[in-house]
Design a protein around this ligand. Sequence first.
Ligand SMILES: O=C1O[C@H](COP(=O)(O)O)[C@@H](O)[C@H](O)[C@H]1O
Length: 253
Amino acid sequence: MATKGEVKKEVFESEEDLAVSLAKYTAQLSDKFCKERGAFSVVLSGGSLINSLRKLVEPPYIDSIEWSKWHVFWLDERVVPKDHEDSNYKLAYDGLISKVPILPGNVYAINDTLSAEAAAEDYEARLRHLVKSNVINISAASGFPKFDLQLLGMGPDGHVASLFPGHPLVKENEKWVTFIKDSPKPPPERITFTFPVINSSAYIALVVTGAAEAGAVQNALGNSQNSEKLPVAMVSPEGELAWFLDTAAASKL
Ligand SMILES: O=C1O[C@H](COP(=O)(O)O)[C@@H](O)[C@H](O)[C@H]1O
């Protein structure tokens, strides 16, 4: 399905059309990986992405996807209790996980009783264990975990995960998971995958909607005059990168 390093870009007339296509893309990859290796490791973002995945919980996908083979992870998480309004877990649980038969043991939420630093260490340790048990692949090229699909959103400032423009964490190249205590977007304490993990992915869908995001999309994909490379422009997976844009987000291209 993917050529190594391939970048695809599709611009949709409406967010509704985008959501239909994103569900199809996710379901096709689920089918491919479930057949090939009997498991599908999926990484979710928070924010508007979860709403854009809403078609997955409708026919035909709700009945055709092998949900019991899904293993669900978070690209980043806010260090708040799981039932807190700011929790990316809660967002995904309410919008997706509670509506489909994903096995509770295959949902890898952060330990919300720990500090940000300890939660990041704990999450990385759990990923290392899951690599050993082949739930998550490892990249032969980078030595970092190679998730089957990472579903990325982006903020208007061009941040992905909890990797913000100008923040030293964008340069982290050893840890798999790290933490931030001064996030410019509230809440301040978060854990996040690092770029080597993001960029070892087999497939990434980058889902961006709305006019407020157009400048950052231009920075990554267009002829931007701005020489500072935003975090979103650093997304460059080993496998396929597929941009899902609406016309407003693509308006400066
Ligand atoms: O804080 C976060 O923001 C980004 C973007 O969110 P959006 O609401 O602008 O789509 C999100 O991808 C990330 O997971 C989240 O923690």
